[in-house]
Ligand binder design. Structure first.
Ligand SMILES: C[S@@+](CC[C@H](N)C(=O)[O-])C[C@H]1O[C@@H](n2cnc3c(N)ncnc32)[C@H](O)[C@@H]1O
Length: 251
């Protein structure tokens, strides 16, 4: 009989095959919870939470289907269910998946990961076999796709950029920044706001520039004047700028 060596593997180091294999179903339960506003409804109800009836009335989703989704969300620990049938949010769900929370990034998960990447990942085996995958440039030639992706990225990137400025980076003494693939321009807005005199050039695919320019209009006048978008496909050899003219290049 052939023996496979298992001696160097602690049981905790081994892959949990079922979690990996079925994880995509848990992902969809989370995205559905976000899309139906379940976490917001429960948050609004306060400490006691909501029972199934309260949730289906608030979400407008039929009672049996609501119960099934709530059971899934409880199994994956997004929700907790009390013995008298009231659902409350787990601490992480309350902090990150409720729209009124300062740390909310559910829009990124719902739209970019749930609606866009989720679908595309099904092609992975074929991409591996053929080596052919659609490029960002072709994907984002559709204005709606580029807008959904970029808008969903924005809040999370603003939060990360603010965290970097507060805790990790000292940006003083730099005058020009190049933000390659800068999306909505989130890092550029936060970095220029925090650094007097800093200017930033965001290089992006054309349809992403259009969305970014719209988001830029919501920033302060001063930031708007110091951030500009330039169209670029980074895979093309012709770049519209000379990178050596910048003090910082962000990718
Ligand atoms: C994960 S997003 C990050 C966006 C931004 N840096 C941020 O952190 O918010 C990656 C970005 O790279 C851009 N990108 C991908 N391929 C590109 C290409 N060939 N030329 C220019 N930008 C590209 C996408 O449009 C997208 O906005």
């Amino acid at each position: 009989a052939r023996h496979f060596s298992r001696t160097s593997w602690e049981s905790t180091e081994d892959v949990d095959l079922d979690s990996v294999a079925y994880g995509f179903m848990a992902s969809q339960a989370l995205f559905a919870g976000l899309e139906l506003g379940i976490f917001d409804h429960i948050a609004k109800a306060g400490e006691k939470g909501l029972n199934v009836e309260g949730i289906w009335k608030a979400s407008g989703i039929e009672a049996h289907r609501t119960t099934t989704l709530l059971t899934s969300l409880t199994a994956v620990k997004c929700l907790r269910r009390s013995s008298d049938g009231f659902y409350t949010l787990s601490p992480n769900t309350a902090q990150y998946m409720v729209t009124s929370s300062r740390h909310f990034y559910g829009d990124y998960l719902q739209y970019q990961i749930g609606r866009q990447f989720y679908q595309r990942m099904g092609a992975l085996p074929d991409v591996m076999k053929t080596g052919t995958a659609p490029s960002y440039a072709s994907w984002f030639s559709d204005p709606e796709t580029a807008k959904t992706y970029t808008t969903a990225q924005h809040n999370g990137s603003m939060a990360t950029a603010k965290y970097l400025v507060r805790k990790k980076l000292q940006l003083g003494g730099i005058g020009d920044m190049l933000d390659v693939g800068g999306g909505s321009g989130a890092f550029s807005y936060v970095f220029t706001e925090a650094t007097p005199g800093l200017k930033s050039t965001v290089l992006e695919l054309p349809e992403v520039c259009r969305t970014g320019e719209g988001i830029k209009e919501t920033m302060s006048k001063d930031v708007q004047e110091r951030v500009k978008f330039l169209e670029l496909d980074a895979t093309s050899p012709d770049w519209p700028v000379n990178e050596s003219a910048f003090d910082v290049v962000l990718m």
